[in-house]
Design a protein around this ligand. Structure first.
Ligand SMILES: C[S@@+](CC[C@H](N)C(=O)[O-])C[C@H]1O[C@@H](n2cnc3c(N)ncnc32)[C@H](O)[C@@H]1O
Length: 272
């Protein structure tokens, strides 16, 4: 596993995960593309307004290297294959925090039950985020997403972590230029709720899970198809790690050095 740790690996996450040893990762925290551009409605107007958001997603082109517009059945099968690959690398006491969104398309509820069918979903967490700016007179402003906790039988939370409850009220981070990031606090909360020492994100995007892992003192493995987002992730991780480093201590001369500098002709200090 050592070769995988604390790096962002560029490529398609499925073959990359297939190359990892089975049963080697205790925690996955991730948010896949939501297939939002295959939409009967507003598509992806998240009001995030970053460079890629404006130039690509907001103009209906998807992510830098992923169109986010698959036929629904293909999308469901793709996500199920990704989840199978995640479960293959998961340890017997491991868990996956899988962030997604429910929506209604042409009168039909997409509650992602088709993706989750047969997987060991243990709990659903509601992420209550602040709303975007896409006000629509026919709809209440959407303000939540879901996180599926998919857990192997031996998975247990860190002591007392369960008391934070299953509704997580966390504001979206500002200033992240990726079109669809989740907040560092969300990934941090998931990681801190476990004792896992290694965290995998197969859809790493701008590196949020890795930043959270670094802040929680855990190792990370990041997989991401876009070289642009890999670069962004590496920059964010380096900045986060630099912030956590303590300032180098000021090097103070000792008293004898000061005496020698001020009184060059003075007799040497008595030996002790
Ligand atoms: C919802 S975003 C993840 C955002 C991330 N949580 C963050 O905070 O920045 C999904 C990411 O999956 C990436 N992606 C799409 N297809 C992929 C694939 N086959 N393998 C790896 N990454 C992929 C996209 O480029 C995008 O950055």
């Amino acid at each position: 596993m050592r070769a995988w740790l604390n790096q962002i690996h560029q490529g398609d996450c499925r073959p990359l995960m297939s190359a990892m040893p089975a049963g080697s990762v205790p925690l996955v925290v991730t948010s896949p593309p939501y297939n939002l551009l295959n939409s009967s409605g507003n598509g992806m107007k998240n009001g995030n307004g970053g460079k890629w958001a404006r130039s690509a997603l907001m103009q209906g082109q998807g992510y830098a290297d992923h169109g986010d517009c698959m036929p629904h059945a293909d999308y469901v099968e793709w996500q199920r294959e990704c989840l199978r690959a995640m479960l293959r690398v998961l340890t017997p006491d491991g868990a996956i925090f899988y962030n997604h969104k429910w929506r209604v398309q042409r009168g039909r509820l997409q509650d992602r039950a088709d993706i989750m069918d047969g997987f060991p979903v243990r709990q659903i967490i509601i992420w209550q985020r602040s709303g975007g700016f896409n006000h629509n007179p026919g709809y209440f402003l959407p303000t939540y997403e879901v996180i599926y906790l998919i857990a192997n039988p031996e998975f247990r939370l860190a002591p007392k972590a369960g008391s934070i409850g299953d509704v997580w009220r966390i504001r979206q981070d500002r200033g992240n230029p990726h079109p669809a990031p989740f907040p560092v606090e969300l990934a941090r909360r998931a990681i801190a709720a476990t004792t896992a020492q290694v965290v995998l994100d197969p859809f790493m995007g701008s590196g949020t899970t890795a930043v959270a892992a670094a802040l929680e003192g855990r190792a990370y493995i990041g997989l991401e198809i876009s070289s642009e987002y890999c670069q962004l992730a590496r920059q964010r991780i380096a900045a986060a790690i630099a912030e956590t480093q303590p300032e180098p201590e000021a090097i103070l001369p000792n008293a004898l050095d000061v005496r020698a500098a001020l009184l060059p002709d003075a007799a040497p200090a008595p030996a002790r």
